[in-house]
Design a protein around this ligand. Structure first.
Ligand code: SR1
Ligand code: MG
Length: 392
């Protein structure tokens, strides 16, 4: 039974979003509700419905049948809303402090109704404005230790995991990542976008055969390694934060893939801050170190206390797994650094640098570090090693 008046999918408006909130009985019947569409992401509509008397509010998110960032010429499955709602509900059971509550979801209308996090700020926006989130790195380390461990063959019944792999099959959204993260930026593709000043740098990347080979291997890992249930798009725009709280949102790209992918996206998106803002470089590099240390500590504790795999007590197994995650994370971070600089979907950390020379310098650093990460990922034994050798 549906709570919507219309029979089949159509995009909500501010007034139909209010009507849905009323029928869901989330607010008292006497409430006077107002609604605003506040979505600023690439793909979805986001409505905030607020009770004017109590200021209590909810978020109603609806997937559009196309990518908002490009327009109707890029059709996109509505199934992603179901993936997102199911992933949020599942991740909430694994890392309750770091995931918003879902109140209601509707597959046919591609709608998820959830906790409003407007008292927090999108981490990327806050960081760009100079806000400091002292617990963000630690929280993300703990969030990923829980979600990656409990969805792996080490933390989850191995038969149940196979069922979940089928449930979270997400080919359309994976294809976006396969194209936009792993392929297009490394070829002369019409989806790419970059300043003419970067043309020679970009041509250098396109003709680099070693880079192509190593990126092909990372893409193969993304295509084939069903290690854990990933968030799949864990950049700082998918995180709400304050000085004390962190919530991870938007897991519509969730699927079973290599653990290093989420880890690498966090590393890369924090690094954009270090690249763009020289004055806080040391703080951000410290944050990345903290993120990795907390992830390894928590993951290791879970490994040693909650493991379902009999081989897990074998001497050396855990350190081989952590080492693999690190090397994969460095490689995936490299792809993210490059694709956010010259691909279709950029980041405001770099694009927001007003002075052209400074912007080009920052973007060259991102490309150089990205290339180095992809090519040298297997040389690194620790995160400290990696961060100490960075050249901006
Ligand atoms: C068409 S979607 C472009 C990008 O936005 C999403 O947040 C993902 O990062 C995707 O690659
Ligand atoms: Mg998103």
């Amino acid at each position: 039974m549906t709570l919507l008046q219309q029979k089949k999918y159509e995009p909500l408006t501010e007034s139909s979003a209010i009507a849905l909130a009323v029928r869901l009985r989330i607010f008292p019947t006497t409430s006077v509700l107002t609604c605003k569409e506040i979505g600023d992401g690439n793909l979805n509509l986001v409505f905030r419905v607020i009770d004017n008397q109590t200021s209590k509010s909810i978020i109603i998110k609806q997937a559009l049948p196309y990518a908002k960032v490009v327009g109707e010429s890029w059709p996109l499955t509505l199934k992603r809303a179901t993936i997102e709602a199911e992933a949020l509900k599942f991740f909430k059971t694994l890392a309750p402090d770091y995931v918003p509550t879902v109140f209601y979801s509707d597959q046919e209308f591609a709608i998820t109704v959830m906790e409003d996090l407007s008292h927090l700020t999108i981490a990327r926006t806050g960081l760009i404005q100079g806000q400091r989130y002292p617990l963000l790195a630690e929280h993300l380390g703990e969030y990923l230790a829980n979600t990656l461990f409990y969805t792996s063959d080490f933390g989850l019944d191995q038969q149940k995991k196979k069922e979940l792999v089928a449930k979270f099959i997400n080919p359309e959204l994976c294809k976006i990542t396969e194209d936009l993260v792993f392929t297009d930026p490394f070829f002369n593709s019409p989806t790419n976008e970059f300043e003419t000043e970067l043309e020679n740098d970009v041509k250098g990347l396109w003709s680099d055969q070693q880079l192509r080979l190593q990126t092909a291997l990372l893409k193969k890992s993304f295509l084939t390694e069903a290690e854990v249930l990933l968030h799949g798009d864990l950049h700082t725009g998918s995180v709400f934060a304050s000085e004390t709280e962190t919530k991870v949102i938007d897991p519509e790209f969730a699927y079973f893939g290599p653990a290093g992918f989420d880890l690498g996206q966090v590393i890369a998106n924090l690094l954009f801050q270090a690249i763009a803002f020289e004055e806080k470089r040391d703080i951000i590099l410290n944050d990345i170190e903290t993120f990795w240390r907390v992830f390894v500590e928590h993951f290791s504790t879970l490994w040693n206390t909650q493991n379902v795999e009999p081989y897990s007590i074998t001497e050396g197994y855990l350190s081989i797994i952590i080492d693999k995650y690190l090397k994969d994370a460095i490689g995936f971070a490299g792809c993210e650094l490059i694709r956010r600089t010259i691909g279709l979907a950029h980041v405001a950390d770099l694009d927001g640098i007003e002075d052209l020379n400074n912007r080009i310098h920052a973007k060259r650093s991102a490309l150089k570090i990205g290339r180095h990460f992809i090519l040298s990922r297997n040389d690194y034994k620790s995160i400290t090693d990696l961060l100490r050798n960075l050249e901006f």
